[in-house]
Design a protein around this ligand. Structure first.
Ligand code: IVH
Length: 680
């Protein structure tokens, strides 16, 4: 192609690629395939390499083309970059309205625009003759930092404002304000990739966006999935639209991304009526929002109202309750579970988050503490979203004073002092002392619980009393208790003792499947126990079985089979079975153990995440399947419910972004109970 042909081809490609960028990154409506896009960009790179003078800053080849900076240069903003006053409830909103309508009665007929309060970073972008010439951070509102090279890497930021079909051109000078942030789904993907590569994950989208914008090397910024939305004009050489709604449409027409959640509202009463819907839709918005912004639509009225400090009177933010807060980690405690697993938990300086005061949260396991480098006295970020149990995201390293102490996991069980052990390939550490008091209490608690032997009236307090008094050293000892034993305990009178003895006696009649559940064998919940009771006559027969025989039962994999055989192989457990038999706790099969599979959940697809309060993952799975549901590993559009426990992670974020219904353990049980009732 000749020189002139090349030049016009370069111009055509620049315009066309910028247009497709806009279709893809601003409108989310790509018109061509990624391949076609890449081919065009490649062609443009080749042509520009031959005609250097055509490489303008508005060219799409120049998004991440700059060399790393030494430092950021300061930028004076053309007008103060104001912030917003906060309202925390509708009463605050009404007070705001009353104040401003008193100052200017025109407020009453101004109208409003509701906008999402995007939880990102403010940026100020300067366009001269339609070309992006500068991007800056907010800084102190007067002076920010020049982050142009980083801003240019964000694909939804127009590098060049197109001429409109109407012939209208961008003003000679246009300075816009907007928010840079990361979409929730992009954040999940980013962390998943980091996790897969064994790298440290990010804490939340906002901090990640902030860190990415302040990278000196634009290549690093371009690797982060940053995005951008505009909502204000700071300065313009042309006359500006008279209303906020017209202004948003004006920005949109010139190719700027504007949130499609923005809505015009006529009256203040309607604003109040809409706030609930905004609060409810919070999780359905694909990016983090920390509130909603209410702006007077008439910008002249808004201007005339002036400011209080740095807050314009003509707009206000209705803040959502914070879901992430920081607090001091005072100490780390360790719980000993039924199977001897040691679980560390955080003890906080009490803090309010999402409407409740939080004092403790699980830390999951010791690897988690090490990976996140959580130290005692650290300031930690904790999150509580919706009904999810609070969890620790990680420490705020920047606030360390030097007084923080790295955590050393206990070498011995905090309950019995026995040295802790670790199975190869497992994250968990165990106390393997079978007479460890903490384990005994958890074991007894499980044995007497509703899903197992169902000993009515035997709560945690009584279990602890009996274990501490050493009257009960294993679950079989419960059946040795006499009324006199109980009367010696604090809080027992005749009637209470009689009732409990009756309940213990009644439990002897429980079917074999319930006794098997009560033994607390790892991986053996309601469904597996019913299967075992169907296949073996009594505990003696079961204790003689092999892993091969067990794996012939449908649904029994090698792990559960091994766990069962291991459990019965332990001499202490053999002694326990013998003891149960001698005490008459010896149900045999076919005492009505098994109910046939029920179909209440009708093939509904569930995903389980986090630690549930009473059911293990395996038990929850069995419970769902027993009721006709399906359980899969990852959240997708096909998922009907996400069952949430403590420490729910990325699956929760994914479910939120896909609008998948969420249940906690109780919610799951209630759902099944409700369906059961409806089905008679
Ligand atoms: S308007 C005078 N609109 O919230 C204009 N701000 O303190 C004042 N923000 O850091 C800002 N979404 O960056 C406005 N739709 C929105 C916004 C928004 C997020 C941020 C803004 C500022 C903070 C308010």
């Amino acid at each position: 192609m000749d020189e002139n042909g090349d030049i016009s081809e370069i111009k055509r490609l620049q315009t066309e690629i910028n247009f497709h960028n806009y279709q893809y990154h601003v409108l989310n409506k790509p018109l061509i395939s990624d391949y076609e896009y890449d081919m065009m960009l490649k062609k443009l790179h080749e042509l520009e390499a031959r005609h250097h003078h055509m490489i303008t800053s508005g060219s799409p080849t120049q998004r991440a083309g700059a060399a790393p900076l030494e430092r950021f240069v300061k930028v004076k903003h053309p007008a103060p970059i104001l912030s917003l006053a906060n309202a925390f409830n509708t009463a605050d909103l009404s007070a705001w309205y009353e104040r401003i309508v008193k100052l200017d009665p025109k407020v009453a007929s101004s109208g409003y625009v509701l906008e999402p309060k995007i939880d990102g970073l403010t940026v100020v972008l300067r366009y001269e003759k339609g070309i992006l010439v500068q991007g800056a951070t907010r800084g102190d509102g007067e002076v920010g930092e020049d982050i142009t090279t980083n801003i240019r890497t964000i694909k939804s930021v127009p590098l060049k404002i197109p001429v409109l079909h109407t012939g209208a051109e961008a003003p000679a000078l246009l300075v816009v304000r907007g928010e840079v942030f990361i979409m929730r789904e992009d954040f999940i993907k980013l962390n998943r990739t980091l996790e897969e590569n064994g790298e440290k994950t990010y804490q939340n989208p906002r901090n990640t966006a902030a860190g990415s914008l302040r990278q000196l090397d634009p290549i690093l910024t371009s690797a982060r999935p940053l995005t951008f939305l505009t909502y204000a004009i700071v300065q313009s050489s042309d006359s500006m639209p008279a209303t906020q709604w017209a202004l948003l449409n004006y920005l949109k027409a010139f190719g700027f991304p504007v949130s499609d959640l923005c809505e015009p509202i006529d009256s203040f009463e309607q604003v109040l009526a809409r706030t609930n819907a905004w609060v409810e839709r919070r999780d359905a918005i694909p990016f983090e929002v920390d509130g909603l912004v209410i702006k007077l639509n008439d910008l002249r009225v808004a201007d005339e109202l002036g400011f209080v400090g740095k807050d314009p009177r003509g707009a206000i933010a209705l803040k959502y309750p914070a879901r992430e807060v920081t607090t001091i980690l005072k100490d780390i405690g360790v719980n000993v579970g039924r199977t001897g697993v040691l679980t560390p938990y955080a003890i906080f300086e009490p803090v309010e988050v999402g409407g409740v005061t939080v004092k403790q949260a699980t830390l999951h396991n010791f690897d988690f503490i090490a990976e996140k480098d959580i130290r005692i006295l650290d300031r930690v970020l904790i999150k509580r979203a919706g009904d999810v149990i609070p969890y620790v995201i990680g420490p705020i390293i920047e606030t360390r004073s030097g007084a923080e102490k790295p955590y050393a996991m206990p070498k011995v069980c905090p309950s019995c002092g026995q040295e802790v052990e670790h199975l190869a390939g497992e994250v968990a550490w165990y106390c393997v002392n079978l007479s460890c008091p903490a384990q005994l209490i958890r074991n007894l608690e499980h044995f007497v619980s509703r899903g197992a032997m169902d000993i009515v009236g035997m709560g945690i307090k009584i279990v602890e009393q009996l274990a501490e008094s050493e009257l009960v050293k294993d679950v079989a000892d419960l059946f040795r208790l006499t009324k006199e034993d109980l009367l010696m305990q604090e809080g027992f009178a005749e009637k209470k003792a009689d009732n409990l003895i009756d309940a213990i006696r009644a439990a002897k009649q429980q079917p074999l499947s319930r006794l098997i559940i009560g033994l607390g064998i790892r991986g053996v919940g309601e469904v597996a126990a019913a299967d075992l009771a169907d296949n073996f006559n009594d505990l003696a027969e079961l204790s003689q079985t092999t892993t091969i025989r067990l794996q012939q039962i449908e649904g029994f994999g090698p792990n559960t089979a091994d766990a069962i055989v291991d459990w019965f192989a332990r001499p202490s457990n053999q002694a326990l079975i013998y003891k149960l038999k001698s005490l008459g706790v010896w149900p045999s099969a076919n005492q009505g153990s098994r109910s046939s599979k029920r179909w209440y959940l009708d093939g509904k697809v569930f995903v389980i995440t986090g630690t549930l309060p009473t059911l293990s993952r395996e038990e929850a799975k069995e419970f769902i399947e027993q009721n006709g549901g399906k359980v899969t590993d990852s959240v997708s559009k096909k998922t009907d419910y996400l069952v949430l426990g403590e420490n729910a992670g990325l699956k929760l974020d994914k479910a939120v972004s896909l609008g998948v219904a969420r249940l906690d353990e109780n919610g799951l049980k209630e759902l099944i109970a409700r369906l059961e009732k409806n089905n008679g």
